[in-house]
Write a protein that binds this ligand. Structure first.
Ligand code: MN
Length: 301
């Protein structure tokens, strides 16, 4: 089922940069699986194919990660740039199963100095890798749920067989959250959004600076591991939420537009206990074009 989806990949960039002209067509690489499965069209199909048709909501369009990579640069392996032993051996092992680790749309050093190369390599190559591997392992004995997107699995988490429900919640959530995280950051990021997203942020939060403060506060106050998110709710309104562990806003019918990972693995190597410093730096990595695309897709569905 997923093979068919993989073969229909076609990512059109909507930015003007040269790198953004890259198109991915017909790739059979497992690495692009998430890119395709999170595209809005396949997401809608997944949602509509379930008995939850009445719960289909326009804002779920923002759940797609792959279609929102505004500037897709072929993944470059930069293992040589990081110190030996930094990469968990698991990161170089192929992953069997329906889900795949999506390639990072920039290299591990691209977010320097805000997010360091070593953290990026471990975060993507080992942590995210593990979420995908664990998710696949959990689903291996359940063919009935293997044809569903990770968004679909999480949105209907209470329908997942109880024996694997918690594993899917943790690792499916980890897979989706990180996929969105990578897709909404990039080199040369930061600044402020423009257009309808900027208007909505100003209308909702008073100003961009106020929005920044509120999202940083929410992420800062999240006790222990978790995420802070800007989401679009079922009424088409922006909101800021925090979630523990890898719980996805998707589970509550909220469309995650952009979020920040505040697990210690996301920042401890460079920032140690200074979560606030990491949060301040993270704002300099945001790819607002990608976030705006997510917003537009959610809003217009
Ligand atoms: Mn993480």
């Amino acid at each position: 089922m997923y093979n068919a989806q993989r073969l229909s990949i076609k990512v059109h960039s909507q930015t003007s940069s040269a790198a953004a002209q890259v198109q991915l067509m017909g790739s059979t690489s497992k690495g692009y699986t998430l890119m395709e499965q999170c595209r809005v069209s396949s997401l809608w199909n997944a949602m509509k194919s379930t008995s939850h048709r009445t719960n289909r909501r326009r804002f779920l369009g923002a759940l797609g990660a792959g279609s929102l990579v505004a500037a897709f640069i072929p993944w470059k392996t930069t293992f040589a740039q990081v110190q030996a032993g930094a990469i968990n051996a698991a990161s170089t092992e192929p992953i069997d199963g329906v889900f795949a680790l999506p390639p990072l749309p920039y290299n591990y050093a691209a977010l320097e100095p805000h997010i360091d190369t070593l953290t990026m390599s471990i975060h993507h190559g080992a942590h995210h890798h593990s979420y995908v591997r664990n998710l696949n392992t959990a689903l291996a004995g359940y063919p009935d749920v293997q044809g569903r997107s990770v968004v679909d699995l999480l949105y209907h988490i209470n329908d997942i067989p109880e024996a694997i429900r918690t594993t899917v919640r943790h690792n499916g959530g980890g897979h989706l959250n990180h996929s969105i995280f990578w897709a909404t950051m990039g080199p040369g990021g930061g600044g402020q959004p423009v257009g309808t997203l900027a208007t909505a942020i100003n209308a909702t939060f008073g100003s961009f600076e106020s929005f920044q403060q509120q999202l940083s506060d929410a992420a800062s106050r999240q006790f222990g591991s978790g995420w802070g998110w800007l989401v679009l709710d079922g009424n088409g309104n922006l909101a800021i939420v925090a979630r523990p562990n890898q719980d996805s806003p998707v589970m509550d019918g909220l469309a995650p537009l952009v979020g920040v990972d505040v697990w210690e693995h996301a920042y401890y190597l460079k920032y140690q206990n200074k979560r606030g410093d990491y949060l301040s730096a993270w704002w300099n990595t945001i790819n607002w074009e990608a976030v705006a695309l997510r917003y537009d897709q959610a809003r217009n569905f």
